[in-house]
Design a binder for this molecule. Structure first.
Ligand SMILES: *Cc1c(COP(=O)(O)O)cnc(C)c1O
Length: 344
């Protein structure tokens, strides 16, 4: 890997970040806070939250097995997806490479930041090789986006190819593991120490059941985390979110229980779909959803909407013609979907 300084946009490298009142006193004992122009009344909402979310990071560190200095927390993964563009990619100059099809936000953020987006089509098994990703790169490629388990396809990308990509690329490889809690494959975050150019994303929005609070995570080298901290909004994760996250992190066994239930339901739903006369196939999945190829996805989608059941129609996505993406719900919700489809 080339040095971080060579990868980072020069204006970001030399940026003098905003220093908040809470940044400056940090760590020392204090009783009277007259430094931030807050209202002294209306406790606890009157006070600015911890800009670096140290308590939440300590809890995540325990659950995820990653040192706190290697954790960034953001307003959803969305923030952790946008920051690499803002830190590494010069608008109108640099480019990024990504698997295709995948999660839509990587391209939206590229477009917003005026960065060229280079999609590389997966094969018929929704897989990719390191060679094909690296062949799409040039000297202005700063980021490679891999999502595993991938959305909307549901499968893991072969680990060996991800590792070869990380080893073979001079820039930053971002592996989005939003669904890794549902996966049989171990997370790449345990390999962070080996790969200084790796960023692993995770989120409280899926297995943790906290999509509403907006808390996303990036795991990376201390240097990359410091860079993100410099560029992010000073108070990017609000107090309510930090509190609710701490509560959820206090009970990781609840998440294990949910995941186990959802995996049982996933198997049941896949078997039920395979028996539907208008379902051609169900693709292998390692996530809390699966992709099903139907005779006519649009017709099935419209039929379900009429019955108040919403699934995701992916028929216009490359390689996903006539595919519906089905999220695993509660047993009752899943039964409603299957019952409706059996009456179609
Ligand atoms: C759902 C999802 C996320 C989560 O985004 P948040 O902003 O954290 O809610 C991230 N990546 C992928 C691939 C997803 O499908």
């Amino acid at each position: 890997m080339i040095s971080l300084e060579q990868l980072v946009r020069p204006n970001i490298w030399s940026l003098a970040p905003y220093s908040s009142a809470r940044n400056e006193y940090a760590g020392r004992e204090a009783r009277v806070f007259l430094d931030a122009n807050e209202n002294p009344y209306n406790n606890p909402y009157n006070r600015y939250p911890d800009p670096l979310q140290l308590e939440v990071k300590a809890a995540i560190s325990k659950v995820k097995g990653v040192p706190a200095e290697n954790i960034f927390l953001g307003n959803g993964s969305d923030e952790a997806i946008d920051l690499p563009y803002r830190c590494f990619c010069r608008p109108g100059v640099d480019n990024v490479v990504a698997i295709e099809p995948t999660y839509g936000m990587y391209k939206v953020c590229a477009d917003i930041n005026d960065v060229e987006y280079r999609p590389v089509l997966l094969d018929d098994h929704f897989q990719i090789t390191a060679d094909r990703l690296l062949a799409a790169c040039d000297e202005r490629t700063k980021l490679i986006w891999i999502c595993s388990p991938n959305n909307p396809t549901g499968n893991n990308i072969v680990r060996e190819e991800i590792v070869r990509t990380i080893k073979g690329f001079e820039g930053i490889v971002i592996v989005d593991e939003a669904y890794s809690d549902f996966s049989s494959q171990p997370s790449l975050r345990s390999e962070l120490a080996k790969y200084p150019n790796l960023i692993v994303l995770n989120t409280m929005s899926k297995a943790w059941g906290c999509a509403a609070i907006r808390l996303g995570m990036a795991f990376a080298s201390k240097e990359i985390i410091e860079l993100f901290n410099k560029v992010k909004y000073p108070y990017n994760v609000n107090l309510l979110t930090q509190r609710q996250a701490l509560e959820a992190l206090n009970d990781p066994f609840q998440v294990d229980k949910w995941v186990r239930m959802l995996l049982v339901e996933r198997s049941r739903m896949i078997e039920a779909f395979k028996l539907l006369p208008n379902c051609q196939m169900v693709y292998p999945t390692d996530a809390n959803f699966f992709l099903a190829k139907m005779d006519d996805a649009q017709k099935t989608y419209d039929y379900l909407v009429d019955r108040g059941v919403i699934v995701r129609n992916r028929t216009r996505v490359q390689l996903c013609h006539n595919c519906l993406r089905i999220t695993i719900g509660t047993k009752n919700e899943n039964n409603e979907l299957i019952a409706a489809l059996r009456q179609m």
